[in-house]
Design a protein around this ligand. Structure first.
Ligand SMILES: NC(=O)c1ccc[n+]([C@@H]2O[C@H](COP(=O)([O-])OP(=O)(O)OC[C@H]3O[C@@H](n4cnc5c(N)ncnc54)[C@H](OP(=O)(O)O)[C@@H]3O)[C@@H](O)[C@H]2O)c1
Length: 279
């Protein structure tokens, strides 16, 4: 059974390749630039979502295709539709797709493309598994150095709880579902075992640094403006601020523990990801 993974050069893809290798599998890394995948130690094939005619040939012999959602937010739909068509043409047996928590009902702006992609996959008739990923804890830890330097964490989620998990937990879920059977036409809501608020996160950062780092809740327009000043494209800054607002209403909270059941171990606690980020 041959498994191939798109986005293999990305942060999640790299971890998923490693998780599959540790399960004794030899996945194929599908990469826009195969040279960037050379260090993965697996076969790499050229695979650019924006070059549709090249995609089906690159899937020759692939049984299980993992489509890691494109990070090109304005181009996601054409990218994903190209991959779905190619998977159909190439006759792959299963398509696994990394979606978003409760994609079908989520009010988050970010969820629209995931919902539409899930619909397109269903309409294609391909056997699918939807890995509906919640928030990566790393979304919150990536900017910690700047927050510590500035003396505060900022966001627009109020007291909303994030059932976040580490990328490595979501990568393990990819490996489990790609390497085992029993996931046909299933949708898994994947999230961390425990949830935290921004205030909890700020308290943990304060504890580890020995500095008082509070959480400052901001109006979404103010937060989006600050994100834009950090270099995020304006539209994406708005989408991120919206994600926080919706998280404030529970959009990124989940207590099903589906992820830990799937991977057979507890998810990585927020404190561990914070400690790793500050090490
Ligand atoms: N759940 C969450 O909290 C969360 C957070 C962030 C992102 N996401 C989503 O999850 C995905 C994986 O996360 P990540 O952290 O691994 O993202 P990442 O590190 O940005 O990786 C994105 C991957 O997509 C590839 N890619 C982009 N455009 C492509 C194209 N035209 N053709 C082929 N490949 C292309 C990139 O290839 P190159 O190496 O060539 O650039 C890279 O391998 C993201 O793409 C995004 O959709 C989810």
């Amino acid at each position: 059974m041959t498994i191939a993974i798109t986005g293999a050069t990305g942060q999640l893809g790299r971890l998923a390749i490693a998780a599959l290798k540790s399960r004794g599998k030899a996945p194929i890394a599908l990469a826009r630039d195969p040279a960037k995948a050379a260090d993965l130690g697996v076969q790499a094939r050229a695979f650019d979502y924006a070059a549709p005619e090249t995609l089906a040939p690159a899937l020759a012999g692939v049984d299980t295709l993992v489509l890691i959602s494109s990070n090109d937010v304005g181009q996601r739909m054409p990218h994903h539709l190209n991959v779905i068509a190619a998977a159909k043409d190439a006759g792959v047996s299963r398509l696994l797709y990394t979606s978003i928590l409760r994609a079908d009902t989520s009010p988050m702006l970010l969820a629209a493309d995931h919902k539409a992609t899930e619909s397109a996959i269903r309409a294609s008739g391909l056997t699918y598994t939807f890995l509906r990923n919640g928030w990566y804890t790393e979304n919150h830890t990536a900017g910690l150095a700047g927050a510590i330097a500035a003396g505060a964490l900022i966001g627009s989620a109020g007291a909303g709880r994030f059932s976040a998990a580490a990328r490595s937990d979501f990568a393990e879920a990819i490996a489990v579902t790609a390497a085992t059977s029993g996931h046909d036409n299933a949708s898994y809501e994947l999230a961390g075992d425990t949830a935290y608020t921004y205030a909890d996160l700020a308290a943990e950062v304060s504890r580890l640094t020995g500095k008082a780092i509070p959480y400052n809740d901001l109006p979404p327009a103010t937060y989006a403006g600050i994100l834009a000043s950090f270099g995020f494209p304006e539209g994406f800054a708005h989408v991120l601020a919206d994600s926080d607002v919706q998280a404030g209403h529970g959009a990124l909270y989940d207590d099903s523990r589906t992820l830990s059941r799937l991977i057979g171990r507890p998810t990585t606690p927020m404190a561990a990801t914070v400690a790793a980020a500050l090490a």
